[in-house]
Ligand binder design. Structure first.
Ligand SMILES: NC(=O)c1ccc[n+]([C@@H]2O[C@H](COP(=O)([O-])OP(=O)(O)OC[C@H]3O[C@@H](n4cnc5c(N)ncnc54)[C@H](OP(=O)(O)O)[C@@H]3O)[C@@H](O)[C@H]2O)c1
Length: 268
């Protein structure tokens, strides 16, 4: 696991903070050249300055703007001469709101950012992945992509879409030997909860038991060495996701007990 990979090139989205920044740092230590993509150029420059090694790129772009993404990919191809070994589709946003509070523009932004952007980026990065050596895609979904939760219907649905996208892509791209992995982190200590819209101040989770971003980054690196279709970072969530289609009432009861926050178990 500690062997250096000097020829491998990675594109990490959402690399200006949290899991993306930690992933970029971990990949760089392993020997990857890393292209850092997010909207905040200054934050990306700071992350780049903290990376081990040289040859890393900053690509400031809004993933919901296809012309900015096209420019970023052109920049990557011209700097590295084409070819990509690892795409980490990590950028994303949360939305904590009851359904009756959902605001249409924010709802669209969640789906643009968490669903359309990674799917279109996968499409547009395909020519680069085809030129890569044993290419791997890691899509950072969430445990709530396998089990919807109250107060986060839009976010959970967007992450369910990402899980589904991974299932489809890994078969579509099997012929070309591009491995596609879905990574489902649980609660992770990042600025994610401060950044997400939360119009009525629904209670944020207690981060004291959250995983550090570095442990998610370690999983991304492990998947890049040894791709696996899907990894869920907390076994209880994995069990809940598997249980829900077979025993939804039991799964609801277990979830409501675990979540706290005053939610009610459905009577019917
Ligand atoms: N934290 C958790 O508990 C948790 C749990 C499970 C899954 N996840 C998932 O992990 C991923 C990373 O989240 P995080 O916890 O590290 O949160 P974070 O620190 O808020 O990171 C989100 C990243 O996405 C980027 N981003 C958002 N919208 C973008 C856009 N339109 N174009 C380009 N970049 C954009 C942000 O950068 P800019 O603002 O600079 O654009 C930022 O770098 C997300 O997909 C999230 O859903 C998080």
């Amino acid at each position: 696991m500690s062997a250096l990979l000097p020829h491998r090139r990675a594109l990490v989205t959402g690399a200006s903070s949290g899991i993306g920044a930690a992933t970029a740092r971990r990949l760089a230590v392993a020997g990857y050249r890393v292209a850092l993509l997010a909207r905040r150029q200054e934050a990306l420059e700071e992350v780049r300055a903290s990376l081990h090694g040289t040859g890393h790129l900053v690509l400031a772009a809004d993933l919901t703007d296809t012309s900015q993404v096209a420019r970023a990919l052109e920049g990557l191809a011209s700097a590295w001469g084409g070819g990509l070994e690892l795409l980490v589709n990590n950028a994303g946003m949360g939305y904590r709101a009851r359904v009756e509070e959902l605001e249409e523009a924010t709802l669209r932004q969640v789906f643009e950012t968490n669903v359309l952007a990674p799917l279109l980026l996968a499409r547009d990065a395909l020519p680069l992945l085809r030129q890569g050596d044993s290419p791997v895609v890691v899509n950072v979904a969430s445990v709530v992509g396998r089990r919807g939760i109250p107060g986060q219907s839009a976010y959970a649905a967007s992450k369910a879409a990402m899980c589904s996208m991974g299932e489809a892509l890994r078969i579509e791209w099997a012929e070309e030997d591009i491995a596609v992995c879905t990574l489902c982190p649980a609660l992770t200590a990042t600025g994610f909860f401060d950044a997400q819209p939360n119009p009525s101040g629904l209670e944020d989770p207690d981060l004291s038991s959250a995983d550090p971003a570095e442990s998610v980054a370690e999983e991304v690196l492990a998947l890049s060495y040894e791709p696996h279709p899907e990894r869920t970072l907390r076994w209880k969530w994995r069990l809940l996701g598997a249980l829900t289609p077979f025993a939804p009432r039991l799964a609801d009861r277990l979830l409501v007990r675990r979540l706290g926050g005053g939610w009610t178990v459905p009577r019917r």
